[in-house]
Design a protein around this ligand. Structure first.
Ligand code: PRT
Ligand code: ZN
Length: 283
């Protein structure tokens, strides 16, 4: 059996549960305890604070974890990053009061920087050859300059709205983060196999994101022309219709190019076009 640690509540909780559900692992929210066993897959879900997930995985309390890359980097625990999951995207940046004439990292020399991520910040400062005083605070980092506790901050930024509200300007983007799947190093064979199975499912879900399944009817003599404008995943599926000289063509198209492709196909002579959402793509 595998045990996976996910955030108990907070920004990554919902999407972690959603991802597991898409992979066929249902965890009933209502009945949520600290530890829940899935009935669909040989897995147990452990709910923790995100700060505790890297250590829980490194110690083998959990075999896997879903946590922000920022936490993994900060905690420096020996865990393996198995996969980037594409949600919880943010960056950790240095920000200064907007009136400051910040031009380079040299500005930070001798300054006080408030943060909840002292390890990542220290590494960055060392790499830049700058000495600054790091003030570690647990929360509300963005108000530190206003109240005179610090000259700058190093904190998570997503839309940037919080910085603007607090009169701050983002000057250095130090680390780009997103939720990642982490694993304890050296998982035993049986757990490794379950992990491979889980990742196979997750990758199938990811592949289908933004993809649409498109069906259309087309005169047979137009098939070649239609095929030439379609994306080259594999050749489209072509099925004969009961009407002589006509076929039904099925193809998977990325949402981004959907309208463009449909317009081209219509000009070629496609009719009765159906666009369906795609749940999983398994190769
Ligand atoms: O209770 P627990 O310790 O588990 O949760 P937490 O309060 O430590 O973390 P939580 O739930 O706030 O965030 C979990 C993870 O989500 C973080 O570690 C990041 O990997 C990721 N994430 C993504 C974010 C954001 N986006 C984000 N915008 N984490 C925090 N923020 C905060 C940020 O601290 C700042 O206050 O949102 C504000 C900035 O947002 P913008 O949009 O105004 O720039
Ligand atoms: Zn936390």
């Amino acid at each position: 059996m595998l045990r996976i640690a996910i955030q108990a509540k907070g920004r990554l909780n919902e999407e972690s549960i959603h991802l597991l559900a898409e992979a066929g692992i249902q965890v009933e929210e209502g009945k949520r305890k600290l530890l829940t066993r899935s009935e669909d897959f040989d897995i147990e879900v452990l709910y923790l604070r995100d700060d505790d997930i890297p250590q829980a995985v490194a110690m083998g309390v959990a075999d896997l974890g879903i946590v922000g890359l920022n936490e993994v980097e900060e905690k420096g625990q020996p865990v393996e990053i198995v996969h980037k999951l594409g949600f919880g995207k943010c960056r950790i940046s240095i920000a200064v009061p907007k009136g400051e004439d910040y031009r380079s990292c040299a500005w930070l020399e001798g300054k006080r920087v408030a943060t909840s991520y002292p390890v990542i910040l220290q590494k960055f400062l060392d790499a830049q050859g700058v000495r600054a005083e790091i003030h570690e605070i647990a929360g509300s980092v963005e108000i530190a300059p206003v109240v005179g506790m610090a000259d700058a901050i190093f904190d998570i930024v997503s839309s940037g709205a919080t910085l603007i509200t607090n009169g701050l300007r983002e000057v250095e983007k130090v680390l780009f983060s997103e939720a990642v799947m982490i694993a304890a190093p050296g998982l035993e064979q049986e757990k490794k196999q379950l992990l491979d199975q889980l990742m196979f499912r997750i990758e199938a879900v990811e592949r289908s994101r933004g993809m649409k399944y498109v069906l259309m009817n087309l005169p047979d003599q137009k098939i070649e022309q239609a095929t030439s404008v379609l994306p080259g995943m594999k050749s489209p599926t072509i099925l004969p219709l009961t009407i002589p000289g006509w076929s039904s063509l099925h193809v998977v198209i990325n949402e981004k190019e959907l309208w463009n492709k449909i317009e081209q196909l219509k000009v070629i002579g496609a009719q009765d076009i159906l666009v369906l959402s795609l749940e999983k793509m398994i190769y």
